[in-house]
Each structure stands twice: as structure tokens, then as C-alpha cells.
Design a protein around this ligand. Structure first.
Ligand SMILES: [Zn+2]
Length: 393
């Protein structure tokens, strides 16, 4: 079993499904909080569990530079290191190399770069990215790709896409030969709580799964070709990368729609790096199963809260004496306990608790939004979710 994916209900192209990982089930459509350096910034793992997060992301680039994947492997893998026994997905490191590192140089072999922390030289290749992700012990590993910059000329987008395809093949070859080296492989990883609802024990995997990534810039025909040729390589799941890089939302949707037509319907489909609450609802309605974004966590640290009444900036003076919760319709522990006035005070006083509470609420809002989407799919009607989400824009 590479990565069991069971579709339980469908409404139009939207699917309610379950991914069975060695670290428990992931109900989809799913929003995955980003835990860059082995931590979803400002939120303890126990609260993430209470919020219902079934899977979080780790960033390969950050964890490789600090504390180092060998150290994490020696300590039993990322699950054990960070005390998170639910599912983990790691990115390939490619995106951060392109966005954060200095003096990067892309060659056929891979990408050489200097660390943004201390200026030391490093080389990421598809093989190296697999080695690091396997050492970290993610349940879902991402192929090493080149995130095509935007805007990009057609020929540049094509060349980049072609290289991502060659790198996908190299990623897969290395991954298949080494996937059983994950730190948790020999250990029955599933706790009783995680095993709940997973069916027979043989129904979940003993090795991680590798997802291929579709690129192709903002060119529908290149996206189509990238999807067809990546599917030929046969991965247990597929991601659409290179979006939310400055293009219009209409363009993002167009690229997603083009690719979804080609991706197999019986495998998970993941759009990387999106988006606003109303966007993730739309993409789920189109048939996307997984999404991730730093937006709810990063915005929270800047005092921006997502609520059923739209986005609010908690530092605004109008909240100085507001006795209401951040979001009157939210059932999270922050909204149950604290007022906007208090959240504003914490933020303008630069108290560390501000980042914690704002992040907990924003993640609750995103995870509840996806829960509502899943419920709407079982009811067979997403129209309320879609029309409701429009008011948030
Ligand atoms: Zn809340």
C-alpha cells in the first residue's frame, strides 16, 4: 500500500476522501498548517491536535540548515523530535532555495546556494532532497522541482518544466531505492488514537509516499504537458506547484482547472502555497484535496485575523474597547475566552501571547472552514459555502 486514498463522497468535482498514512488518517479536502522549522510558529503541538490538524508541513531547506537532517534522524526522525505523531509532509526545499538563499546557481545536477543563515555553500540535487526528506521521516515527500519564476517567457517556462520532469524521474529513482530508510519504518508508529478509523492495520503504509509536482508557468499547454508527463512517471499523489507567485487569482484558477482535468481522479491532488479562506473553498470545490499556506500563521503574527465577518486588523484603535470575541461565530478557545480589546492590547504591547492567540484563532478558522467544506460535500451542496465565501473577499 503506497498511500491508500479512499473517496467517500463526491459533489460535482469536489471529493470527500481519506488518506491513510502511517501516522494516522488525513481527511480531505485538507488545509495543512505550515510548520517551517519543526514548529507551527507560536503554537504548541497539543493545541494543533485540539484544533484538529491531522497533517502539518515541515520545510526541508530550514530543517537541513538547522538543526540538520542527520541530527533529526539520529533523534528518531521529525515526528519524534517535535513530538508530533500525526502525519507530516515535507517540501522539497526547492522553493526556499529560490526564495531565501543567496547566490543560487541552477544546473542540471541541482541547485548550489549559500545559506541565508551563515553564508555557507550547499548543493541540493533531487537525490539530496530525497535523502534529507527520508532522514526527516515525512509521511509525504515532495519531488525536487524548480519553481518557475513569474513572469517567465514561454521558452524559459518550458525549459524549467523539462528540468522539473527530469528531476522528478531522478527523485523517484532515489526515493524508491531508499524510502524504507525512514526513521519510523521499523517501529509500529500508529497510536491507538491515530489508528481509529484507519480500518485494518494492513491498510496503511510502512514507507512514505512521493508526490510529483506539476510546473509549466502560466501557460495552459505547458501545464497540460507537465501534468501528462508527470502522470506517466506514476506517483501516488500529485501537486500543482509554481502558483500564488504574483499572478491574478483568475490565472491561478485557470492553471488549477487545466491540470485537474489531467490528474488521475483516484489519487490525492495538492495545490501548494494557497491561499485565502475563500480561495481554499473554491479550489476544494474544484476537486483539490490538499492545500497549505503560511498565510493564516504569518498574518496572525502581523495582527491580521480571518473571521466570518471578513479580515480584521486587531491593532486598529476601533477594537480598543471591543468586548466581543475576535469572531462571534468561531468556537475556538481564543474566541471563547478573550475579547478583541485584550487581543489588541497584547498586539500593540508586542506581547508574545499576541502571536500565539492570533495564530490559534486563524488556524481554527482555516481548519473549521475545511471541516465545513467536508460537511457540505457529504450533504451534496457546496453552494452555501461558495456564496458565503464570496463575502469574505
Ligand atoms: Zn476563534
Amino acid at each position: 500500500m503506497t498511500l491508500p486514498f479512499t473517496i467517500e463522497s463526491q459533489t460535482g468535482p469536489a471529493r470527500l476522501a481519506r488518506i491513510s498514512t502511517a501516522h494516522g488518517p488525513v481527511e480531505t479536502p485538507s488545509f495543512m498548517p505550515v510548520g517551517t522549522a519543526g514548529t507551527v510558529k507560536a503554537v504548541p503541538q497539543g493545541i494543533l491536535e485540539d484544533l484538529g490538524a491531522q497533517i502539518i508541513l515541515g520545510n526541508t531547506y530550514h530543517l537541513y540548515l538547522r538543526p540538520g537532517h542527520e541530527l533529526v534522524r539520529n533523534l528518531g526522525g521529525l515526528h519524534k523530535f517535535m513530538s508530533w505523531d500525526r502525519a507530516l509532509l515535507t517540501d522539497s526545499g526547492g522553493f526556499q532555495v529560490f526564495s531565501l538563499s543567496e547566490l543560487r546557481k541552477v544546473k542540471e545536477e541541482g541547485v548550489s546556494f549559500r545559506s541565508h543563515l551563515d553564508g555557507t555553500s550547499h548543493l541540493f540535487t533531487p537525490e539530496r532532497s530525497m535523502e534529507i526528506q527520508i532522514a526527516l521521516g515525512a509521511d509525504i515527500v515532495m519531488a525536487f522541482d524548480e519553481c518557475t519564476e513569474h513572469p517567465a517567457e514561454r521558452e524559459r517556462a518550458r525549459a524549467s518544466m523539462e528540468m522539473t520532469l527530469r528531476w522528478a524521474k531522478r527523485s523517484k529513482d532515489y526515493f524508491e531505492a531508499h524510502k524504507h530508510e525512514v526513521p519510523w519504518n521499523s517501529v509500529p508508529a500508529l497510536s491507538a488514537e491515530n489508528a481509529e478509523g484507519m480500518g485494518h492495520p494492513t491498510a496503511y503504509p510502512t514507507a512514505p509516499a512521493l508526490f510529483g509536482i506539476i510546473q509549466g508557468g502560466m501557460y495552459p499547454d505547458l501545464r497540460r504537458e507537465s501534468a501528462e508527463r508527470t502522470v506517466e512517471l506514476d506517483f501516488p499523489g500529485y501537486a500543482i506547484g509554481g502558483l500564488s507567485v504574483g499572478e491574478s487569482r483568475a490565472k491561478t484558477m485557470e492553471m488549477i482547472a487545466v491540470v485537474l482535468e489531467i490528474l488521475p481522479k483516484d489519487k490525492p491532488r495538492y495545490v501548494m502555497g494557497v491561499g485565502y479562506p475563500e480561495e481554499i473553498v473554491q479550489y476544494a470545490a474544484m476537486g483539490v484535496d490538499m492545500m497549505d499556506c503560511v498565510l493564516p500563521t504569518r498574518a496572525a503574527r502581523h495582527g491580521l485575523l480571518f473571521t466570518s465577518e471578513g479580515r480584521i486588523n486587531i491593532k486598529n484603535a476601533r477594537y480598543a474597547q471591543d468586548q466581543g470575541p475576535a469572531d462571534p461565530k468561531c468556537a475556538c478557545r481564543v474566541c471563547a475566552r478573550y475579547t478583541r480589546a485584550y487581543l489588541r492590547h497584547l498586539f500593540v504591547s508586542a506581547e508574545p501571547l499576541a502571536g500565539v492567540l492570533n495564530t490559534v484563532h486563524n488556524l481554527a478558522y482555516y481548519l473549521d472552514t475545511m471541516r465545513s467544506v467536508r460537511h457540505a460535500i457529504t450533504l451534496g451542496d457546496l453552494s452555501g459555502m461558495l456564496s458565503g465565501s464570496v463575502s469574505l473577499t
